[in-house]
Design a binder for this molecule. Structure first.
Ligand code: F6R
Length: 635
């Protein structure tokens, strides 16, 4: 997630920008830059050296001109690699306007084409640069900076917070946002703007939040807020907790990064879905670098990954086989390396990794390339080693994940792999444009369904309270519910240190049932294959297990209807579910997803919350669980 800071009316503007950039470093970044108003142009410096970028940038600003107005940015690459050319701020062709951006401009390509035809020179691969050229055109037609920003943002599709400065208006910062937070602050004769409060603490006495599709004109100690159409609106004042220090502010009101990241999941999956459809509805995966002909030649897909990424890969097997009808194997990366896998040029090997650096997955992809297979990396880090070495890449856009246990990246991986599955189906013709459109529409509903699932935290907390004291857990599911069960068990063992096993529900009676006794907790993901699941739940229940059911609202509604209508033949299964729900010790309801292969994205949420709730009640450090590292670069 990029970080933004801007200031005006400050004799020490550059120092304020650097202080802000350092406080924004926690968001994760791979390059950084600043721009200052300097006479009749803007002065700019940028550096791309991973997490050393702010230090490098500082060294590069030793000869910066004195200025009272400037903007700064830490970039987490999404469009275009982490290079100095792609780092923000971006400048217009005249060198008089500079702009920073956080978010994704979905229609950047269609906006850029006419600008290029009119002679604008683009110097980066970013989706952002188009904005500064659009502002330039407006200003060359006589508009002031604020009108130019409003006109530009009216043409944009996507999510953004942007901040711009122009040399012709040296005491002004103009900022706008949609779906991406931006906070404005006024100090004694100064005006500031930042992507989060940590960059502003101690520098202001009044704070204001910008709402969607609003633009703010910030002067030294002044602000004016308008709609994109220019109608003036009252600024939304916000209170900042005076007790917050920078670290507390970085948590954004959450107790830890894990819960912050769990609550960022709707945004993470919405961003991962942005920019994937062309105007004719066809799916576009820019970085895939595989031609439709190469895709049509593929006769087997092998997904390699570790941990939570492996579980996302397991869900993808169902999606790819369902939509694209290509056989899929999913393999633990460390296992693929040391056998003799049958891979050839018609095999597509997909490495799934949040970091893009996990050694086992990286080596499995290298092994696949040596065998002549085509490779794709699904990574959250643009230009990670996997993404660089693979033939193609698909980026999840979850922003940096700080907490060791993966949450938002896991959801974003499932969604990115769903898009891959649909793209494969489109190119192979296994489903038509209407089918692709309907599935993409259902994917687009997922952010609000995840939001809904998060809104039910109280229900999960009540279950966590009741389960405190239990030591042994089984998570069971069938079909796509099985990887959900595996992920629920992994999350629980990682952060709560409780014994937790994930099993395909049908396997219970082939051994693990021997371990079930009074006090054992069985968490059952009831959908899909509800009736089969119910038999397995009954087996566990009969042996004294404490049963927790994860049930979709649709099943709940069907059971209610069936109970009311008595047991007609059609309602028998639903009645059985109602009976089981009544017999279960606890039931957690989740929003209903119409397309079953997409349901894991929502169903895993209460299991994350359950693991989190239990770990917190046990007094564990959820962000830094014992014995585990965030990025595993050893075998
Ligand atoms: C689970 C978790 C790990 C990672 C695994 C793979 O919460 O964080 O199991 O999923 O180490 O890491 P990446 O995705 O970076 O390859």
């Amino acid at each position: 997630m990029c970080g933004i800071i801007g200031v005006t009316g400050d004799d020490g503007a550059l120092g304020t920008l650097f202080d802000g950039l350092r406080r924004l470093e926690y968001r994760g970044y791979d390059s950084a830059g600043v721009a200052l108003v300097d006479g009749d142009h803007v002065w700019r410096a940028r550096a791309a050296d991973g997490t050393r970028s702010v230090d490098d940038l500082h060294a590069a600003t030793a000869d910066a001109p004195p200025s009272r107005t400037g903007i700064g940015h830490t970039r987490w690459a999404t469009h275009g690699g982490p290079t100095a050319e792609n780092a923000h701020p971006h400048e217009d062709c005249t060198g008089r306007i500079a702009l920073v951006h956080n978010g994704i401009i979905e229609n950047h390509a269609e906006l850029a084409a006419p600008l290029a035809a009119r002679g604008h020179t683009f110097t980066s691969e970013t989706d952002t640069e188009v904005l500064v050229h659009l502002i330039e055109e407006e200003m060359s037609g006589g508009a002031g900076l604020a009108d130019a920003v409003r006109a530009t943002l009216r043409t944009v599709r996507g999510a953004f917070s942007v901040v711009a400065i122009a040399s012709g208006e040296p005491d002004l910062i103009v900022a706008g946002r949609r779906s991406v937070p931006l906070l404005v602050a006024l100090g004694d004769g100064t005006g500031l703007v930042a992507s989060d409060v940590s960059a502003l603490l101690g520098r202001a006495d009044r704070y204001f939040a910008l709402d969607d599709d609003q633009v703010v004109e910030i002067g030294p100690g002044t602000l004016r807020v308008t709609t994109l159409e220019g109608a003036e609106v009252d600024p939304t004042a916000v209170t900042v907790d005076p007790a917050w220090d920078v670290v507390a502010a970085q948590m954004d009101g959450f107790d830890d990064f894990m819960s912050k990241e769990i609550h960022e999941q709707p945004r993470a999956i919405a961003d991962t879905l942005l920019d994937r459809r062309a105007s004719d509805g066809a799916l576009v995966l820019d970085e895939l670098r595989l031609s439709p002909d190469e895709v049509r030649a593929v006769d087997k897909i092998v997904v390699v990954a570790c941990g939570s990424s492996y579980h996302a890969g397991m869900v993808a097997k169902y999606a790819i086989e369902h939509w694209a009808r290509i056989p899929v194997e999913v393999e633990i990366a460390s296992e693929l390396r040391y056998r003799e896998p049958v891979l050839h040029e018609r095999t597509l090997v997909v490495g799934v990794s949040q970091s893009g650096e996990t050694l086992d997955t990286l080596e499995a992809l290298r092994e696949a390339r040596r065998a002549g297979a085509r490779t794709i990396a699904v990574s959250n880090v643009v230009h990670s080693t996997m993404a660089r070495e693979a033939d193609g890449a698909i980026y999840t856009r979850a922003g940096p994940e700080v907490s060791v246990a993966s949450t938002k990246c896991h959801l974003a991986q499932m969604v990115a792999l769903d898009v891959l599955a649909l793209a494969l189906a489109q190119w192979r013709g296994t489903i038509g444009p209407q089918g692709v459109g309907a599935a993409m529409d259902e994917l687009a509903r997922l952010p609000s369904m995840v939001e809904d699932a998060l809104g039910r935290q109280k229900d999960v907390d009540a279950v966590a309270d009741a389960l405190l004291g239990a030591r042994d857990y089984f998570f069971i599911g069938r079909n796509v519910g099985y990887p959900v069960a595996l992920e629920g068990a992994l999350k629980l063992k990682e952060i709560s240190y409780l014994r937790a096993e994930g099993y395909p529900a049908g396997e219970l009676k082939h051994g693990p049932l021997a371990l079930i006794e009074p006090g054992t907790v069985v968490v059952a993901v009831l959908d899909p294959l509800r009736d089969k699941m119910l038999s397995n739940v009954a087996e566990a229940s009969a042996r004294g297990a404490t049963v927790v059911l994860v049930v979709s609202d649709a099943t709940a509604a069907a059971t209610a209807a069936a109970t009311a209508a008595a047991a007609t033949a059609a309602a028998t299964a639903a009645t059985a579910a109602a009976t089981a729900a009544t017999a279960a010790d606890h039931v957690i309801y989740v929003p209903n997803v119409r397309e079953p292969v997409l349901a894991p994205v929502v169903e895993v949420v209460p299991l994350q919350l359950l693991a989190y709730g239990l770990a917190r009640r046990l007094g564990n450090d959820v962000d830094r669980p014992r014995n585990l590292a965030k990025t595993v670069t050893v075998e």
